[in-house]
Design a protein around this ligand. Structure first.
Ligand code: PLP
Length: 397
């Protein structure tokens, strides 16, 4: 009955990650998957999370269902983190927020919701993209297209072309944007560029969908939300998906949020109802354990303060590794411009390495990088940077 179905090719990133684990190279380096590793190469359990879990273990509660929209204190904490505690859109009750199944779940619920609201609309996604953006929206019945974003020649943003293309879109088109730490390129809009883009979105009546999977990993928790807050200040109607997978290191607990900024409180009430209806049809209610832990960390002033420090630690380590890599490459290969390591931000860097160079890195040195040349920077640490930059110098010279 199902023989006619195509075989699922699997996710190329997960496939390469598995190949890395099979490799017996003694100095192998894994720069494939988008996970934050600490300097010892481990995925951290944050102390704020550990304390929240210990407290919860001491007072076990029945494992009942959460509401379709998730825990109320979790949703409030998402709003404060994403928009800033005092934002007038929150005070006006114009934001409908649900707890979601990670950032991916927020994108899926948002995609279904947008398709329901505007069945004929289509979405434009950055080129290059996090591949799942195309899959999620196509899966929700929303056709996808690309807009110009990254210029391989300069390893930076094609801002003018991006603006020009967005100016041509039909009204009520959806536009997927990354407020910070663009995946896969690490190239972001500056605050000034966001302020130039916002009037274009407003004039064209476009509906932005912001995907913020790495809040806190770029310039800071507030700084990284600049675009979100500037759009809310400008009175735009838009969606924001946020994820706690990276900044709380809670990957498998599936914690995120979806917020829809509306024109009025009444509209937000109606939107919340529709989001609940979408959730009910897909998974009924979000996971409770991660929800309680996230809510405890974000709502307890001491745990929150500890968490802010832990996020700063992760962000600073990424910046340190970027700087070290750039300095070592400049010394080992003076003719090679490696400044992109420090100009790009967040978890990812787009190297522009060719397939031949990527294969040589893998076969000669056990250095694993995905086919697009995207590096997941936290795979580097003080023990392997020198080895990695030697390997880069070898394949680049
Ligand atoms: N959006 C982007 C751009 C991502 O890079 C990721 C994770 O890799 C997600 C969304 C999904 O986040 P989550 O793992 O919380 O589902």
């Amino acid at each position: 009955m199902f023989e006619h179905l195509e075989k699922y090719a699997g996710d190329p990133i997960f496939g390469l990650n598995e190949a890395f684990h099979r490799d017996v190279h003694p100095q192998k380096v894994n720069l494939t998957i988008g996970l934050y590793y600490d300097n010892a190469g481990c995925i951290p359990v944050l102390s704020s999370v550990r304390t929240a879990e210990q407290r919860r273990a001491q007072e076990p509660e029945p494992r009942t269902y959460l509401p379709m929209e998730g825990l109320a204190p979790y949703r409030e904490a998402v709003q404060k983190l994403v928009f800033g505690a005092q934002h007038q859109a929150l005070q006006a009750g114009r934001v409908a927020t649900i707890q979601s199944v990670g950032g991916t779940g927020a994108l899926k619920v948002g995609a279904d919701f947008l398709h329901l609201a505007y069945p004929d609309s289509q979405i434009w996604i950055s080129d290059p993209a996090w591949d799942n953006h195309h899959s999620i929206f196509q899966g929700a019945g929303v056709p996808t297209h690309s807009y110009a974003y990254y210029d391989p020649a300069t390893k930076s943003l094609r801002f003018d072309q991006m603006l020009a293309e967005l100016r041509e879109l039909p009204p009520k088109s959806f536009v997927l944007l990354h407020p910070c730490c663009h995946n896969p390129t690490g190239v972001d809009l500056s605050p000034e560029q966001w302020l130039q883009l916002i009037p274009v979105l407003a004039e064209q009546e476009l509906i932005p969908f912001l995907d913020m999977a790495y809040q806190g990993f770029g310039a800071g928790l507030d700084e990284d939300a600049f675009a979100v807050r500037a759009m809310a200040d400008a009175g735009l109607v838009f969606l924001v998906a946020n994820s706690f997978s990276k900044n709380l290191s809670l990957y498998g607990e599936r914690c995120g949020g979806l917020s829809v900024v509306c024109a009025t409180r009444d509209e937000a009430d109606g939107v919340l109802g529709q989001l609940k209806a979408v959730v009910r049809r897909i998974y009924s209610s979000p996971p409770a354990h991660g929800g309680h832990i996230t809510s405890a960390v974000l709502n307890d002033p001491q745990l929150y303060a500890a968490w802010v420090q832990e996020v700063a630690g992760m962000r600073e380590r990424i910046a340190f590794v970027r700087k070290q890599t750039h300095e070592q490459l400049s010394a080992k290969l003076p003719s090679y411009d490696s400044s992109y390591f420090v100009k790009q931000t967040g978890m990812f860097t787009y190297t522009g390495l060719s397939s031949r160079q990527l294969l040589a890195l893998r076969e000669r040195h056990g250095v694993y990088i995905i086919d697009s040349g995207r590096i997941s920077v936290p795979g580097l640490n003080t023990r392997n940077i020198a080895y990695f930059t030697d390997a880069m110098a070898d394949v680049l010279s």
